[in-house]
Design a binder for this molecule. Structure first.
Ligand code: HEC
Ligand code: HEC
Length: 343
């Protein structure tokens, strides 16, 4: 059996090298004098996370990012006054909100993402999307952080910062997001040989991971997302936010295409899809089974296994597929005190 958790040596090397090199480049924002390197504890079947050399993980940086995430101070001068990031991104439901409208995307395993937001408005690293969140979405009052009784010292410790800048806030938040790892669902434990899924769950896995359901092409193990964009056929024509990635690229093939969300903790993150149109996983499965609508930009994967758009799953196969999706719930992640509010 595989060991349950291994440190990724490559990431550690990058980290050590960065800390060592940084001493020679004082003009760039550098880790503070009191930093303790932090390595993510990842199962062997996980790929290496994306960690830029300019922002190595430290305990101080992660703790600071966590505090910022839960602090309403961040929104005090912007359009979301009184909100913290965590006001819409709640840990017990995988950092989402169960409301209608534009669906709140989960904060889980984004250390592996290069495309962010439903239409991929921001591509790049977590630093890039945090810059968007800090500058455009929350319009964070950096001056307010500099005059705060606690933050100047915390930024000094994490980044050696004498004066807090947007860049420091971005880096702290990005480090915190890399710490939000889910790797202990029942499926993860099954893959590590620690438990065995039930026959129903195993049958659901067969449907999910074979051409029968054909889910795995876009929701591959272990992250349950291909990090890409697809038009899965929710509609036959598109207007407004529903044009998806087309709004960003203007490419006809991107019409109606959205980011593939992870399916981790999917049992808890209803409603589903970018617009929250489905309330239950049964409805989602029935959509994939019989509701896919044709359009010029429909992803070719949606027409398999035959020429028709219908999967032809039996009621038992559909129920098993839902049972399998339920194995993706990670109680460790949802209840980890280290991911909760520090206040
Ligand atoms: C008012 C509710 C709300 C607040 C407050 C909020 N978010 Fe979000 N967040 C959303 C919604 C809705 C989406 C999906 C929007 C979209 O994709 O167009 C989202 C998406 C994201 C994503 C993209 C995830 C992905 O998989 O691509 C990130 C990252 C993110 N939020 C970070 C933050 C951070 C950091 C803060 C605090 C600075 C924050 N959010 C505050 C509602 C909120
Ligand atoms: C062609 C790629 C593709 C295939 C194949 C695919 N999905 Fe998806 N899946 C997506 C995309 C993209 C979305 C988001 C679509 C949107 O909101 O417009 C999504 C959304 C979902 C959601 C809702 C996620 C959320 O957070 O709201 C679930 C559940 C889901 N898929 C399960 C499945 C299952 C089960 C299958 C197999 C029957 C499957 N998917 C096949 C790409 C795919």
């Amino acid at each position: 059996m595989r060991p349950s958790a291994l440190t990724i040596p490559a990431a550690t090397l990058v980290l050590l090298c960065t800390v060592a090199c940084r001493r020679d480049v004082p003009e760039e924002p550098s880790p503070g004098t009191h930093t303790t390197p932090y390595s993510l504890d990842l199962p062997a079947n996980f790929p290496a996370p994306i960690i830029p050399a300019s922002n190595p993980l430290t305990q101080e940086g992660i703790a600071l990012g966590r505090r910022l995430y839960y602090d309403t101070l961040l929104s005090q001068n912007g359009p979301f006054q009184g909100f913290a990031c965590a006001s819409c991104h709640h840990q017990p439901v995988s950092f989402t909100t169960p409301t209608s409208g534009t669906n709140v995307l989960a904060h889980v395993n984004l250390a592996w993402s290069t495309n962010f937001l439903w239409n991929g408005k921001v591509c790049g690293t977590l630093e890039d999307v945090m810059r968007f969140e800090v500058e455009e979405f929350f319009q964070v009052d950096i001056a307010g952080l500099n005059t705060h009784p606690d933050y100047p010292l915390l930024f000094q410790q994490a980044f050696g910062a004498d004066h807090i800048t947007t860049d420091h806030v971005v880096k702290a938040l990005a480090q915190w997001f890399r710490r939000m790892v889910s790797s202990n669902s029942r499926l993860d434990r099954h893959l590590r040989g620690e438990i065995i899924l039930t026959p129903e769950e195993m049958n659901g896995a067969m449907t999910f991971l074979s051409e029968v359901g054909d889910c795995f092409h876009c929701h591959p193990l272990p992250l349950m997302t291909d990090n890409g964009f697809h038009n899965i056929g929710l509609a036959g024509s598109f207007t407004g936010f529903d044009v998806g990635r087309y709004a960003i690229t203007g490419a006809p093939m991107d019409m109606g295409a959205f980011k593939t969300p992870t399916l981790r903790n999917i049992a808890l993150t209803a409603p589903y899809m970018h617009d929250g149109r489905f309330q239950t996983l049964e409805e989602v499965v029935e959509f994939y089974n019989s509701g896919v609508q044709h359009s010029a930009s429909l992803d070719p994967l949606m027409t398999k296994p035959g020429p028709s758009l219908t999967l032809g799953l039996t009621p038992q196969e559909k129920a098993n597929l839902v049972s399998f999706l339920n194995t993706l719930t990670d109680e460790t992640f949802l209840t980890d005190p280290a991911l909760g509010s520090p206040f």
